[in-house]
Design a binder for this molecule. Structure first.
Ligand SMILES: Cc1cc2nc3c(=O)[nH]c(=O)nc-3n(C[C@H](O)[C@H](O)[C@H](O)COP(=O)(O)OP(=O)(O)OC[C@H]3O[C@@H](n4cnc5c(N)ncnc54)[C@H](O)[C@@H]3O)c2cc1C
Length: 286
């Protein structure tokens, strides 16, 4: 199919992008086009105008700023996956990228586009919640930061206003000694998750400290599992503890029912994946 008619502009600078976003009715940013263009071709999305940001210079950075990793709006999945800054400071992100799409999609698609698309079965939105990332959002009137916990508001829904653009993601470097693990089950490698689980934790005197657990594919939006984190805190890692955590996690979610994966199956996947990610994270914690 072909998309419905739309206006197209390709500005050379960010102020013009933000001015166009404010001035044009029903305008959308075009980044990698890997989600938006298929949706337009199927006429699931019919924006009146596209603002292509690919000619705006200086938006493709992945850099350290003190203890924070800053990722710009045009940083592509493939560049983030291969980035030494990410590999050495946020290894769980490199690990999670193994599950995101295929190389052709990763070469064009951007992290920021992926987060704005906000597919509930997408890996990176869950990871941003796990990492407590900050979303830097700009409009023609100024800039604000939105915590990842408040950014994903529902299926394909975010806290972005129509005149706002996500310009940067900021992730604090996890503390030294943090253990991590990301795993998922999907129909085929590179597909969206039926269920994905991510965990980070530290060990202090043999007890779990500051555990974080996030899931994708099992609700309207990615989420942290607060009840699981509460059960783990202050406990020594053990198979029994992780089985209890897994049951608590499965009880806390209300997964979607789809022809490919039933809600009951998705709960089973969380029950299976949670002990795996927690035990690997505990092994990796120093
Ligand atoms: C075959 C295939 C398999 C895939 N598998 C997976 C997968 O397993 N996991 C996964 O997570 N994703 C998957 N994807 C999606 C892929 O990750 C996309 O790259 C990503 O979802 C969107 O990024 P993009 O840069 O292409 O955004 P675009 O398609 O350009 O835009 C997506 C949406 O975000 C908006 N947008 C883009 N950038 C900004 C910004 N900076 N500020 C505000 N709004 C913005 C657009 O207006 C649009 O609404 C797959 C895609 C394909 C085609």
């Amino acid at each position: 199919m072909k998309p419905a008619k739309f206006e197209y502009s390709r500005p050379d600078d960010l102020p013009t992008v933000l001015a166009l976003l404010a001035d044009q009715e029903d305008a959308r940013i075009l980044a990698g086009g890997q989600s938006l263009v298929p949706m337009m071709n199927f006429r699931i999305a019919q924006p009146a105008a596209l603002i292509d940001i690919n000619r705006v210079p200086g938006l493709d950075y992945i850099r350290m700023e003190g203890d924070v990793i800053a990722i710009g709006a045009l940083a592509r999945h493939a560049d983030i996956q291969r980035s030494p800054v990410i590999q050495s400071n946020i290894p769980i992100m490199t690990e999670a990228y193994d599950w995101v799409a295929h190389s052709a999609v990763r070469n064009r698609g951007t992290l920021c586009g992926n987060l704005c698309h906000a597919d509930p079965a997408s890996e990176m939105p869950a990871l941003m919640q796990l990492l407590e990332a900050q979303m830097v959002v700009a409009s023609h009137t100024g800039q604000r930061e939105v915590p990842a916990a408040d950014f994903f508001t529902g299926t394909y829904e975010t806290a972005l206003e129509p005149d706002e653009m996500l310009t940067e993601v900021r992730i604090a470097k996890p503390a030294a000694g943090t253990g991590w693990r990301f795993e998922e089950v999907s129909m085929r490698k590179g597909d969206f998750a039926w269920a994905a689980c991510a965990a980070m934790l530290r060990l202090e005197a043999g007890q779990i400290a500051m555990p974080r657990v996030a899931v994708a594919g099992v609700g309207d939006a990615p989420m942290r599992l607060d009840a699981v984190e509460a059960i783990l805190t202050g406990q020594a890692p053990s198979e029994d503890l992780f089985q209890t955590a897994a049951q608590t996690g499965a009880d806390a979610i209300d997964p979607p029912e789809t022809p490919a994966a039933s809600a009951a199956y998705r709960k089973d996947l969380v029950r299976t994946l949670l002990p795996r990610v927690l035990s690997t994270a505990a092994e990796r914690a120093e």
